[in-house]
Write a protein that binds this ligand. Sequence first.
Ligand code: MG
Length: 203
Amino acid sequence: MKIICIGRNYAEHAKEMNAPLPASPVFFMKPDTAVLKNGGAFYYPEFTKDLHYECELVVRIEKAGKHISTQFAHKYYTHVSLGIDFTARDLQQECKEKGLPWEIAKSFEHSAPLSDNWICKDDLELSNCSFMLRKNGEIVQTGNTSDMIFSIDEIISYISQFMTLKTGDLIFTGTPSGVGPVKIGDHLTGALNGQDMFTFDIK
Ligand code: MG
């Protein structure tokens, strides 16, 4: 199983990162060891002093495919969920400045906390899903899939031009604006269309 994450898929987030809007999806990967199951303890890593949450809609691939056209991409997934793309912002900034890959900032152990609640896409209006992240009970991030620059189908089509997507692969579809830091003792809760999806403690 692989995890593919989309960067800069919401214009307001690109703006807050002082990044230009992408002409095609930007993606990077996390290993399967990045997954942290709902309720698991996340231990603040020693290598960063600026760990940020990025709450994101997650898509699970249900069928292997490559060179998938946007038109048929909907056949390759049935369920979506919610997760966090944890980012060591200080390391990422260093990588960006040096033109280096982002893996040390993005792909570390448990950098992909994930709900174990998967919602059938037929039960949602996929192009109009609202989601939010609360930190210690306070809303810190809200997003709506209608603000995505590239749709889920466009993302799947694009990625599959470069690599085969396999059953069980996860796609983190990008974060809206409002990213920010966490510290030890914080409690994160994510909700999709008003339904709580995950809770994690930072230890
Ligand atoms: Mg992200």
